[in-house]
Design a protein around this ligand. Structure first.
Ligand SMILES: Cc1ncc(COP(=O)(O)O)c(C=O)c1O
Ligand SMILES: N[C@@H](CCOP(=O)(O)O)C(=O)O
Length: 465
């Protein structure tokens, strides 16, 4: 399998190099040269497989030429052995047509662990025997940061610099990052919002001299391997609910468009996906883009769902590329226009293509809180605010007889204040996260500017060398 850039001019890479690369050298994102297709029989053959076996089977076409299905299985067994539930991503039925897909049983209590536990092992495997040293730079609105840090803390050959927007992540999220004492972990709180942090990360990749000098690498969903690992749970859940014989719908709390894009990949691979509900909070650029073609970014508003407080959704570019006939030159021009003016219109092909599968829903704080209370009252389930956004959207979009799966992306204990405000009860911290509030925090605060952040990283990286 080879990977090509959405902007058309970066060199094509194999799976090893795309995993280590991050952003493509032309500023684009890597996608597979062609989508692998599973037949009806191959999907039916996933029934009854464990999560690890499903993962190896679903991901094998993407790693072809670099890792075999057996090698993938071994890595997945190690990655998912750290999850607290035997099913790794269990389904919980809420009522006749609604299910929750619990993605938060990993070490840092959010769906990011599913991909990042594997990514940490992939880095280790690909760097073994090499003298390369990676400098991972990442941006987080809370969950990617802790999952990535857990996955690479203490590993040799890697340093991680993680940017989070100061004061805009929950206290649990921040402490999960800043109390990790490993010397290769560097936390940076920046002034500004998540979009500022993500733009800084992309600017560092786009500075080719900087990127080459420090061998930058990515843990955000810029990195194809992140999305690949997230495709697995769409297959795992859909097959348990009757696929390939029965289509299944998914509702996905969406910010950077990575998780829901993984669902799109599943559908391109032949999974019968009835609908992908793109559930946003009031930072609704995606809902607007999918509803009427208006992709224009506004000021980020802080909400009780901080991990979705995003206005520039990185992975939307992958969808626009795929729906726009994979024309890299046209997409590069479209994205450069957006970068200059913070606004663009989707083409007719992009609008029609997305309308066939995606159903956008914007959910405000009141509807979110109602969904949390209803899950408690009707099904005895405490859900986190991000999951509640998607569940509220799912209830608007459900069709009788089509199973609707809401992705439960975080453990409610990560957002205890918001859960308590909505439901009146405060979820306890699972023992897995231990003495989070007794450990010492370690981070620096910097201006959210290129010079401040790249200067800090350069100084730390030079001190290491
Ligand atoms: C808990 C939670 N839910 C939903 C999202 C949104 O996912 P995505 O950015 O892949 O759209 C995030 C952040 O990525 C998150 O941390
Ligand atoms: N919500 C995310 C934002 C970063 O998204 P990613 O999927 O591109 O890593 C977070 O929790 O940090």
């Amino acid at each position: 399998m080879r990977y090509i850039s959405t902007r058309g001019t970066a060199p094509a890479l194999d799976f090893r190099d795309v995993t280590l690369a991050g952003l493509a050298s032309d500023g684009g994102l890597y996608v597979p040269e062609a989508w692998p297709r599973f037949t009806h029989e191959q999907i039916a053959g996933l029934a009854g497989l464990s999560y690890v076996d499903t993962a190896a089977r679903v991901m094998a076409p993407f790693t072809a030429g670099v890792l075999s299905e057996d090698e993938l299985r071994e890595l997945c067994a190690a990655a998912y052995g750290r999850f607290a539930h035997a099913a790794v991503t269990p389904l919980v039925q809420l009522d006749h047509d609604h299910w929750l897909l619990e993605l938060f049983h990993g070490p840092t209590l959010a769906f990011k662990d599913v991909a990042l536990q594997l990514l940490g092992l992939l880095f280790e495997r690909f760097l073994t025997g090499s003298t390369e040293h990676l400098t991972i730079v990442g941006a987080t609105s809370g969950d990617t940061g802790s999952a990535a840090i857990d996955a690479v803390a203490g590993r040799s050959g890697v340093d991680i610099f993680m940017l989070h927007p100061e004061g805009r992540v929950s206290d649990v999220q921040r402490r999960q990052m800043t109390t990790v004492g490993a010397p290769n972990v560097h936390n940076i709180a920046i002034t500004g919002d998540f979009d500022t942090a993500q733009a800084l990360v992309k600017a560092m990749f786009n500075d080719r001299a900087f990127s080459r000098r420090f061998r930058l690498s990515a843990v955000n969903s810029i990195n194809w391997a992140r999305l690949m690992a997230q495709v697995v749970y769409y297959f795992y859940a859909a097959v348990r609910l009757g696929a390939p014989g029965r289509p299944v719908a998914f509702s996905v709390p969406t910010g950077n468009f990575g998780d829901v894009f993984a669902g799109y990949v599943g559908s391109r691979m032949g999974l019968p996906v009835a609908k992908l509900v793109v559930a946003t909070n009031v930072n609704d650029i995606l809902a607007r883009a999918l509803a009427d073609g208006d992709y224009s970014s506004r000021q980020v508003v802080a909400t009780p769902t901080p991990s979705m407080d995003i206005q520039v959704s990185s992975n939307f570019e992958r969808l626009l590329f795929d729906l726009g006939d994979r024309d890299g030159a046209a997409l590069a021009a479209q994205m450069q226009g957006f970068e200059a003016s913070r606004a663009m219109r989707l083409s007719n092909a992009q609008r029609d293509g997305s309308a066939a599968l995606f159903a956008p829903e914007r959910v405000d704080v009141d509807d979110m809180a109602r969904a949390m209370r209803r899950a408690c009252d009707d099904a005895g389930e405490t859900i986190d605010p991000h999951t509640a956004i998607a569940l509220a959207a799912a209830r608007r979009q459900a069709q009788v007889g089509v199973p609707m799966v809401t992705l439960a992306t975080a453990h409610p204990a990560k957002f205890r204040d918001a859960v308590e405000r909505a439901t009146g009860s405060r979820p306890p911290l699972p023992t897995r996260v231990g003495d989070l509030f007794e450990r010492e925090e370690r981070y620096v605060t910097l201006d959210g500017t290129f010079d401040a952040v790249s200067g800090y990283i350069a100084a730390r990286a030079a001190a290491r060398d």
